[in-house]
Design a protein around this ligand. Structure first.
Ligand code: C5P
Length: 230
């Protein structure tokens, strides 16, 4: 389980960590926290021994993404992502950046492709973005492309995990946001599933944000998710 620390300040994020002390957590630092707290906070998390997924969803020209991937690798994070929509060359460049920067103290992180956001529905896809077909078709196309570029896996909705594993093989990693424990609010997520259902589909990592971070008692929320998973 990866906890999405979507906070505005390092202090708020650290306060969540203090409340979750003793519970082994994989942490996701996304753009809200990273743009506010910066690389130094990521380094601090690594010093505290956490596994970190840096969710910056890079999408730029290949050379820029290569440089970004090298900088991210030097932070020693365990996982980061790029948009598969940037194309094969862009994803390959991300891997080149990793290769260039990885060393003994900063081993290679998992590089994950973003397929379609879990907030995207078929209307957004067809009428706004201009991609025809279903969301599932588009996710599978991006997963195939990400694998052909050499990426380790993709971010997708838990609803797509079965098809991705069938198409790309079980070793191809799936990271699934859009997770809502029983009784929690969907918010802006469209394609959602409970933690237990998501793991039943065969996902490798579930990402949970607001059901924990917006809870009055985050520790209790995490514990009840763990309980639900048993
Ligand atoms: O609060 P919630 O559980 O919806 O948080 C989901 C997290 O996963 C957010 O940090 C969001 O940025 C991230 N995410 C997502 N959909 C993707 C990729 C990442 O929701 N396709």
């Amino acid at each position: 389980m990866i906890v999405a620390m979507d906070y505005a300040t390092a202090d708020e994020a650290q306060s969540l960590l203090n409340q979750l002390k003793g519970i082994p957590c994989y942490l996701k630092v996304g753009m809200q926290l990273f743009y506010a707290a910066g690389p130094s906070f990521v380094l601090k998390l690594k010093e505290q021994g956490y596994k970190v997924f840096l969710d910056l969803k890079m999408h730029d020209i290949p050379n820029t993404v290569k440089g970004g991937a090298a900088s991210i690798t030097r932070l020693g994070v365990d996982m980061f992502n790029v948009h598969a929509a940037g194309g094969k060359k862009m994803m390959e460049s991300a891997l080149e950046g990793v290769d260039q920067a990885a060393n003994h103290s900063n081993p290679k992180p998992l590089v994950i492709g973003v397929t379609q956001l879990t907030s995207t529905n078929v209307t957004t896809l067809n009428e706004e973005i201009g991609i025809t077909g279903t969301v599932e078709d588009s996710v599978l196309q991006y997963a195939k492309l990400a694998q052909s570029a050499g990426l380790d896996g993709v971010v997708a909705s838990p609803l797509e995990v079965k098809n991705i594993k069938e198409q790309n093989g079980t070793n191809f990693v799936t990271v699934t946001p859009g997770i809502r424990p029983i009784g929690s609010n969907a918010g802006d997520q469209s394609r959602i599933m409970t933690p237990k259902e998501a793991f039943k589909q065969g996902t490798d990592y579930i990402v949970i944000g607001r059901p924990i971070t917006a809870s009055d008692d985050p520790r209790k929320s995490v514990e009840s998710i763990i309980e639900e998973l048993k």
